[in-house]
Design a protein around this ligand. Structure first.
Ligand SMILES: [Zn+2]
Ligand SMILES: [Zn+2]
Length: 111
């Protein structure tokens, strides 16, 4: 982590088109970043952003799933989200999954 020599704020890596610079958010001081450091920042950023983005996708998917009548084995609620996943070879039936709308418990049902 690097600090601004003018005001002491933490410098933020910023992508300016074809190169990455370290920028001070308070006084807009800019420090050029060498090629090796540049790669370091790019790798760090992609690791940091990945899991969060996946969680968002999953939540969006669940909201669009159809609801069916299914008894939750955990809380006894009678409504669950429903989806199918082809877990094995294509000629075998897909596995059905349920997620309770009330408690969020997820279970599967075999044919
Ligand atoms: Zn500064
Ligand atoms: Zn439940």
């Amino acid at each position: 982590m690097e600090y601004c020599p003018n005001c002491g704020s933490i410098l933020v890596p910023t992508n300016t088109g074809n190169k990455v610079v370290l920028k001070c958010p308070r006084c807009s001081y800019i420090k050029e970043v060498g090629e090796e450091e540049r790669r370091k920042y790019i790798v760090k950023e992609s690791i940091k952003h990945d899991p969060k983005e996946r969680t968002v996708v999953m939540e969006n998917e669940i909201k669009t799933l159809p609801k069916v009548k299914a008894l939750c084995p955990k809380c006894g609620n009678n409504e669950a989200y429903y989806w199918e996943i082809q877990t094995r070879s294509a000629d075998e039936p897909a596995t059905r999954f349920f997620k309770c709308v009330k408690c969020g418990y997820t279970w599967r049902e075999y044919e």
